[in-house]
Design a protein around this ligand. Structure first.
Ligand SMILES: Cc1cc2nc3c(=O)[nH]c(=O)nc-3n(C[C@H](O)[C@H](O)[C@H](O)COP(=O)(O)O)c2cc1C
Length: 151
């Protein structure tokens, strides 16, 4: 079974979790990046959250992998407004229907997001083979010290 780790991170927490998981399990890893620069905090909370709730995507940079090469895709993404951050939606919509995915959702405690997210993902014809909540608020708190940030 060939597995990929696919991640998007706004303030660094998801990146850290995804890189650790990929390293520990010796898996390929691919970052999803906003097509332009990361949205500023105001835009993220207003427009980004609205897009998350609608399940819409924002434009992303071309990916460096082909999803067809993998049996399982481990998706690491931050939760925004109880849904997946919209940049990751831009990547998810490129995953062929029928692909097995495992979700690792990073949040400040948004366990209630599981139903919303699962329904939407299954609606795209993807098979959810696992779901894990990861609670981490570090990135937002350590704004000045976090080099991953661009906000
Ligand atoms: C725009 C925005 C919306 C968020 N909405 C939620 C939410 O609905 N529930 C929650 O538990 N955390 C929410 N958070 C907190 C993040 O999910 C959490 O800090 C996560 O660890 C960030 O991951 P990152 O550092 O990879 O971007 C939100 C953060 C941002 C920036």
């Amino acid at each position: 079974m060939k597995e990929l780790v696919l991640f998007y991170s706004y303030s660094g927490n998801t990146k850290r979790a995804a890189e650790k998981f990929a390293q520990e399990n010796n898996l390929d890893i691919c970052e999803v990046a906003d097509k332009k620069k990361k949205p500023n905090k105001f835009y993220a909370f207003v427009v980004g959250c609205f897009k998350s709730m609608k399940g819409s995507a924002v434009k992303i940079q071309p990916l460096t992998v082909k999803f067809e090469d993998y049996d399982i895709i481990n998706i690491f993404a931050p939760i925004w407004a109880s849904h997946i951050a919209p940049a990751m939606n831009g990547a998810i919509k490129l995953i062929p229907a029928g692909t097995k995915i495992k979700l690792f959702m990073v949040s400040a405690g948004g366990e209630s997001a599981k139903d919303n997210i699962s329904k939407r993902i299954e609606g795209l014809g993807l098979e959810i083979a696992g779901y894990e909540n990861i609670i981490d608020t570090t990135g937002l708190k350590l704004k000045k010290n976090n080099k991953d940030k661009n906000i």
